[in-house]
Design a protein around this ligand. Structure first.
Ligand code: GCW
Length: 681
């Protein structure tokens, strides 16, 4: 069955006959010297992939016996690599980087995958395979690549009972019941997929944490997963429930300044390292949405983070402390809370702490302006947290290619150190000279046969890894690669499907939350429209709090006349966002309460523009359906039908959003829906 299990690693025979011949000629023999676990998997991957892609076995050898040789290795493991004169260039690619180089020596032609470390060789092997999978020219290679960000980590919101918080692709991959004795092939394939895009860490458990995972029985299971992932360069991390010393340690308190509590965490950490010698460290959600934390004891986030950081420091562990907090008391503007709590703590965190910040200040909305903390804590490494799982983006039925959304945040300019201080430079450490850097993606992976539920959701897993490695890649390029590897290189398919993907996020924004609207989804589950939601026990869990529609207009005033959240941005940004004439229109209602008759860029009134956006979003989904229908026969029926059916569902959902929102907002605007638009049902 062609159910998408193989992701972008299908390794089918190269379709273009001319290219196939060239590749066959260029690779007569494969030489991988060295047999560490990582080199062994690199070797296996190259063998399997090459025989698939070339449609013939490429013999492996330890010495050069053929004319055109593919060599993979490090100077330490391979005399061949050592003698190819790459030493200087290798210096520049560091611990995880690699070179892909063609060269000629003693009359033989070499294609070389060279790195300083075994994991670099594996990453380079995947890059080389990607060149073949996407039918690139390999005759004259001189590629050097190294990751821009050090920790590239998936966050699984997986519970120990295998439910997944905000998961839309089945249950958790981690089969705790059968671990540690049984290693499911899926763990290996998961690791292969991650390594192929450079993901080097995984947090196994939900940030709404269960302390049980820190007990011995579970640690044995964690160790088995870590062992399975290790050859692929993937470190395992766990979420630390702050109250664990009480719940599983029998202590009376979890106060981070209590010496007994500190000693408990140190001992616990040492125990974890006895099972997992290269354990990565902890991810913590504290004093947020009911989770316990240092504030329960009158301490602050730094006190909590530093205690855990001290417990893992001697083993090289890190702590990723989340900034997704909002106060227990009803805030005047939830968007301001994280900044208010964290900015004053800049400079007080240990060296091995990263503060993990969501891309925007509310919560993974279809579109958010960048989080004002980026740039505001120069002494603290800030880790980006993106969400791959589509909690607020239509969940399991919606085709959403999220690279444009991620890039929008990464490329946003914070002006922290003048023009050009992009969020990407904060995150990759170049703005403030941080060596410790990280990026996290809340995983969209479960035990569905195709891993992510929606076939196209695979592209977000792929994209996350690619951008974590190199955030300068364009969304078009990443989509192009993914489509070619996942479906076909035929441009009759690639070009229209790429367009469809590139427009998909904007379409969703338009039919859900155009012009800066946000958090108007269904109560609690966040699926479908719910702009009418009010009277919940917290105002900031209702929709009316966010859109503030009334007779006069709509939108959240975050300027001086309102919550003044704009003041959290650096002055050039604050000025722009705070000015109703200058704010990018996509953020208009995020920052301003705007009269219904206000003229927007198109020359329409705000009300009419809203109507056009909502309708345009629906039209875009219909266009996606047409594009997809035209592809019938270009790929296998199974995946074709899967996507087709889901697009039918998405079209209904888009209409549902349009109609619900327009009819609801119309009760305030009291204006007609423009004549030329389809009537709400
Ligand atoms: O996005 C929201 C979700 C919660 C989640 C929380 C968080 C894990 O609705 O389900 O909890 O954010 O990021 O901590």
């Amino acid at each position: 069955a062609d159910d998408g299990y193989k992701l972008w690693q299908r390794y089918e025979q190269v379709q273009d006959q001319a290219k196939l011949q060239v590749y066959r000629q260029a690779i007569n023999e494969l030489i991988v010297q060295g047999n560490s676990p990582t080199l062994t998997v690199a070797h296996q991957e190259l063998q399997t992939a090459l025989s698939g892609l070339l449609g013939q076995t490429v013999p492996s050898s330890q010495q050069v016996t053929k004319q055109n040789v593919l060599v993979a290795g490090t100077p330490a493991s391979s005399a061949l690599v050592k003698n190819l004169g790459l030493t200087d260039r290798l210096k520049a690619v560091g611990n995880e980087g690699y070179l892909l180089q063609t060269s000629t020596k003693n009359g033989k032609n070499y294609t070389v995958i060279a790195a300083n470390t075994d994991i670099g060789v594996l990453y380079g092997s995947y890059h080389f395979l990607r060149l073949l999978q996407t039918q690139q020219d390999i005759s004259n290679l001189s590629i050097a690549s190294a990751p821009k960000i050090k920790h590239r980590v998936l966050n699984h919101w997986d519970n120990l009972d295998r439910t997944v918080e905000r998961g839309y692709s089945g249950f958790s991959l981690w089969d705790w019941h059968r671990l540690p004795g049984y290693i499911d092939q899926r763990y290996i394939d998961y690791a292969r997929a991650n390594a192929s895009v450079g993901i080097n860490g995984t947090v196994l458990t939900n940030v709404n944490a269960n302390a049980l995972v820190l007990t011995e029985d579970y640690l044995k299971k964690v160790a088995a997963l870590a062992d399975a992932f290790r050859p692929y360069g993937i470190k395992v991390y766990l979420t630390a429930r702050f109250s664990a010393p009480i719940e599983i340690g029998g202590l009376k308190t979890a106060d981070p300044l209590d010496p007994q509590v500190q000693a408990w965490w140190k001992k616990k950490s040492d125990e974890i390292y006895s099972f997992v010698p290269d354990f990565g460290g902890f991810l913590v959600k504290a004093n947020s949405e009911g989770q316990p934390g240092p504030q329960n004891y009158g301490r602050n986030h730094a006190d909590g983070a530093n205690m855990l950081a001290d417990a893992v420091a001697d083993k090289g562990g890190i702590v990723m402390w989340r900034a997704f907090v909002y106060s227990e008391d009803e805030p005047d503007d939830r968007a301001k809370q994280a900044y208010n709590e964290f900015k004053p703590l800049d400079g007080t965190f240990r060296d091995n702490v990263l503060v993990q910040v969501k891309n925007g200040a509310i919560d993974f909305q279809p579109r958010e302006p960048f989080h004002p903390l980026f740039g505001a804590m120069p002494k603290t490494p800030l880790m980006m947290e993106f969400q791959l799982t589509q909690e607020y983006l239509g969940q399991g039925t919606t085709l959403a290619y999220l690279s444009p959304m991620y890039k929008e945040t990464l490329e946003a300019d914070t002006y922290a150190k003048g023009k050009g201080s992009t969020v990407a430079k904060v995150v990759d450490g170049s703005l403030d000279n941080h060596k410790l850097t990280g990026i996290a993606g809340v995983a969209n992976i479960g035990n569905d046969r195709n891993w992510t539920g929606h076939q196209f959701a695979q592209s977000n897993w792929y994209t996350f890894g690619r951008l974590a490695w190199d955030h300068a890649l364009s969304s078009e390029q990443v989509a192009d690669e993914w489509i070619k590897m996942t479906f076909t290189n035929d441009n009759k398919f690639v070009a229209p499907v790429k367009d469809m993907m590139m427009n998909s996020h904007e379409a969703i924004v338009n039919y859900m939350t155009p012009l800066g609207l946000h958090h108007i989804m269904g109560w609690s589950h966040h699926y479908g429209p719910g702009p009418w939601i009010k009277d919940k026990h917290r105002a900031d869990w209702t929709s009316v709090y966010y859109h503030k529609a009334d007779e006069k207009g709509i939108g959240f005033d975050r300027t001086k006349s309102g919550s003044n959240a704009v003041a959290q941005y650096f002055p050039p940004v604050a000025k722009q966002f705070g000015n109703v004439k200058k704010v990018p229109e996509k953020y208009l209602l995020w920052f301003h309460h705007v009269p219904w008759d206000h003229k927007v860029n198109s020359g329409r009134t705000l009300w009419n523009e809203l109507a056009y956006r909502y309708s345009g979003g629906v039209d875009d989904v219909r266009q996606m359906q047409k594009t997809w229908d035209n592809q019938e026969g270009m790929i296998d029926q199974e995946r074709f039908q899967h996507v087709k059916q889901l697009l039918t569902v998405q079209e209904q959902e888009a209409k549902w959003w349009r109609d619900a929102c327009l009819l609801y907002f119309q009760t305030f605007s009291k204006r007609p829906i423009p004549q030329d638009l389809e009537k709400p049902a």
